[in-house]
Design a protein around this ligand. Structure first.
Ligand SMILES: [Zn+2]
Length: 255
């Protein structure tokens, strides 16, 4: 009963926001990942993005005057990972604060219950266990398969991956996987790959993803998630086991 009412209220809210298909298409047109979503999947992604905006509070940081197009793009990037999981996977994240550029955090760099992502002197994105998710628009623009030191980058997917990870036991690289997946296999594959890449990095060998991934298991999962969606073919070739597990977790096969 209440679900029906909730749905009705949400549909009314979406209608009153007044977004059109054309506005949405134009907002996401320059994001290459969108080419993979066609037909009913594209319609579902658009619908979820509108619902995301209706449900979440998107607030400006430092009086940044962001546009509807920016909101639509941010929402769409956030919804891609959960397109086949469901929007309720983000129920614990109600507020997104959007800054124009990097922001300076006025708290310790890393805390027990939060994961902080450093971007130069300021931060480009940040996700807290209990609290808002903070993003910089300039970092959102710097998105793509080779955008960060030649490696895949997507700060929205990165920070929302932290939020998914936090659904179980805090941010530790182990999100709540599905009943048909094996927790032991997840742990072994992610640990083995992390250690192998750390060894490669110490021996100045090429890394298939941004070295920030090697900060800790939580950052490894977040950077792997960015790479999975932004450079899936490369990831499937260079990290096939991680690709397979992320494919099972996100229920998508982007390559
Ligand atoms: Zn991070």
């Amino acid at each position: 009963m209440f679900k029906i009412l909730d749905n009705w209220l949400e549909n009314r809210r979406i209608k009153s926001m007044g977004f059109t298909v054309e506005q949405w298409e134009s907002a996401v047109a320059d994001w290459s990942v969108m080419e993979r979503f066609q037909g009913i999947e594209r319609d579902a992604l658009r619908d979820m993005s509108f619902r995301f905006i209706a449900r979440k509070g998107i607030a400006p940081g430092a009086e940044f005057e962001f546009t509807n197009a920016m909101c639509l793009k941010l929402a769409t990037m956030a919804c891609v990972p959960i397109l086949h999981l469901g929007l309720d996977w983000y129920d614990h994240c109600q507020t997104i604060i959007l800054y124009e550029g990097d922001f300076i955090a006025d708290h310790p760099y890393q805390s027990e219950d939060g994961v902080v992502h450093a971007g130069g002197r300021g931060l480009s994105g940040e996700a807290w266990q209990r609290g808002p998710l903070i993003l910089s628009w300039e970092s959102i623009l710097a998105t793509g398969a080779h955008a960060r030191h030649g490696k895949a980058s997507n700060v929205v997917i990165h920070e929302f991956a932290h939020k998914l990870d936090m659904l179980r036991d805090g941010a530790n690289g182990a999100p709540p996987i599905h009943p048909d997946m094996k927790p032991g296999e997840w742990h072994d594959v992610f640990t083995d790959t992390f250690l192998r890449l750390e060894n490669d990095w110490q021996h100045h060998k090429h890394l298939p993803l941004d070295e920030y991934a090697l900060t800790n298991p939580a950052e490894f999962f977040a950077v792997c998630s960015e790479t999975f969606f932004e450079a899936p073919k490369m990831m499937k070739r260079e990290m096939p086991q991680i690709y397979r597990l992320l494919s099972q977790f996100y229920r998508q096969d982007p390559s």
